[in-house]
Design a protein around this ligand. Sequence first.
Ligand SMILES: [Zn+2]
Length: 77
Amino acid sequence: MQRRRAEFEHDRSGDSPTEFETSTNKFEAVCGMCGGKMFVDHALKARLESAREQGLEDNPLVCGRCEADMNEAAAEA
Ligand SMILES: [Zn+2]
């Protein structure tokens, strides 16, 4: 399971979830931190669903706003 999680994180790096629907990001998803609605492309949606099926309860998706918050917190630490 650990290995699969690492692969999942690796796969995710090329994707760019957005807060609005785009020509590729047509699928609704929610931010794992604030629960805000965002949009992902088909490949990322499929990976999120397969992760859930494998029992990975935590949602690795983070919206741009939460990512900015995390960067700010890291800078202050
Ligand atoms: Zn968020």
